[in-house]
Design a binder for this molecule. Structure first.
Ligand SMILES: Cc1cc2nc3c(=O)[nH]c(=O)nc-3n(C[C@H](O)[C@H](O)[C@H](O)COP(=O)(O)OP(=O)(O)OC[C@H]3O[C@@H](n4cnc5c(N)ncnc54)[C@H](O)[C@@H]3O)c2cc1C
Length: 383
């Protein structure tokens, strides 16, 4: 692994930095988990797309720059360094798209990817159900064949659908063969949330944002062309999406490097922060973000040489989710009672901490990741 950036990569970084510095909206946009904020974020995503920064690693025909994975990481570092808005299209671009590139037909890729890249069609993830979260194979929402219509009729309920209230489409798992083994009878569907029989009900979070939705389906029609990866093949396809979610694309190191840099700035501005334990925590936050960066370069080097990510993506998810909680908790300690102020430069720490607390839950809880590491990375016996 060569740790020197090439001239091309340095030029790419400089171009990204210059564009972001000139275009990142100031002041920051309202939360993307509110209706108004979501719409404002989509305008920003459109600007990114028009300047060909929305999907840098994708083929040019879909609006990308054919950037290497290393360049994508560089772009992410610059994106977060510039304090650019959270990507409200992330579930489509970072989770569904890698799965579409691997399992989608050419027709699906041509039809779906350009609209996803430009933000014209926003996607949400419909996996969890009231009785199927960690136990994803326990999904009971079902799809029944509609031979005459050339498709499927979907019935059931999804929950915790991030930004579901604002999105256009949902990718989700549905049971197509109730007789088959739990992991086998599932199919991966691409569902239009505007279709007849689909009801989306926003779920208000404690902070007042409508960050979640419940999605109810009653005989909702999905055509055959919106089955991804084959009937009853859903589990295999979904595991590719979880690999992206836990491993590389959902949470790149740039996000945590930027948070660690903000923490150091906060520390410097609080001259009363003489407690050596707090100082150690600040330094640890920075070192851990750097460690995650180098670990990711190693992973990307392997991928660029033709390797694949496997169950070790669970280790990665454990690391970034716990790191995020630690950095935010340290910031709150530095701020003391001021952490609860809702205005001013430092107000974002409290909201960031509240969201960081959900990191060990979403993308598969950390208890489940530890099970995966125990069984599939370390080869320990199953209990
Ligand atoms: C911020 C956020 C965003 C989310 N966005 C989405 C989304 O967009 N789409 C979507 O489909 N879902 C989403 N989810 C839901 C998320 O995937 C689930 O909350 C998660 O998978 C856990 O499922 P559960 O809530 O049903 O908890 P449960 O599965 O009921 O788990 C409860 C507790 O038991 C533990 N546990 C369960 N089984 C085991 C086991 N075998 N071994 C050890 N411990 C175990 C869990 O770790 C947890 O602590 C989101 C969640 C959050 C917090």
């Amino acid at each position: 692994m060569d740790l020197t950036f090439t001239e091309h990569e340095e030029a790419f970084r400089a171009e990204a930095r210059a564009w972001l510095e000139a275009n990142v909206p100031r002041p920051a946009l309202p939360s993307g988990d509110t209706r108004e904020g979501f719409a404002r974020h989509l305008e920003w995503e459109r600007m990114l797309f028009d300047a060909r920064w929305a999907v840098v690693s994708w083929p040019e025909v879909y609006g990308g720059r054919e950037a290497s994975l290393m360049e994508w990481l560089i772009f992410e570092e610059e994106y977060y360094r510039a304090g650019a808005p959270q990507r409200v299209t992330q579930n489509g671009i970072f989770l569904l798209a890698p799965t579409l590139f691997e399992f989608g037909t050419a027709e699906q890729q041509d039809r779906i990817l350009p609209r996803m890249a430009s933000g014209e069609e926003a996607w949400c993830q419909g996996w969890s159900e009231p009785n199927a979260g960690s136990d994803l194979a326990g999904i009971t929402s079902r799809a029944v064949r509609d031979e005459a219509g050339g498709g499927w009729r979907l019935t059931g309920q999804k929950t915790w659908t991030t930004r579901g209230a604002f999105c256009d489409r949902l990718f989700g798992l549905f049971r197509t063969d109730p007789e088959a083994d739990r992991h086998r009878g599932l199919t991966y569907f691409l569902v239009d949330l505007g279709a007849e029989g689909v009801t989306v009900r926003p779920v208000e979070r404690l902070d007042g944002d409508e960050g979640f939705a419940e999605v109810f389906l009653e005989d909702a029609f999905v055509p055959d062309r919106d089955v991804l990866g084959g009937v009853n093949e859903g589990w295999r396809v979904a595991m590719a999406t979880t690999g992206s979610e836990r491993g590389l694309t959902l949470r790149s190191p740039g996000r945590f490097m930027a948070t660690a840099a903000r923490l150091i700035d906060l520390y410097r501005r609080h001259a009363d922060a003489t407690d050596p334990a707090v100082r150690d925590a600040v330094i640890r936050g920075w070192m851990d973000a750097e460690a995650y960066r180098w670990q990711t370069f190693w992973t990307v080097t392997r991928l660029m040489e033709g390797g694949r990510t496997g169950p070790e993506s669970s280790l990665v998810k454990l690391f970034w989710s716990e790191l995020d909680v630690r950095i935010h908790a340290t910031a709150l300690e530095l701020l003391g009672p001021r952490a609860e102020l809702v205005d001013g430069d430092d107000a974002a720490w409290m909201k960031g901490w509240q969201f960081a607390l959900s990191g060990p839950i979403y993308a598969g809880t950390n208890e489940i990741q530890r099970n995966v590491v125990a069984e599939r990375v370390l080869g320990l016996p199953r209990r």
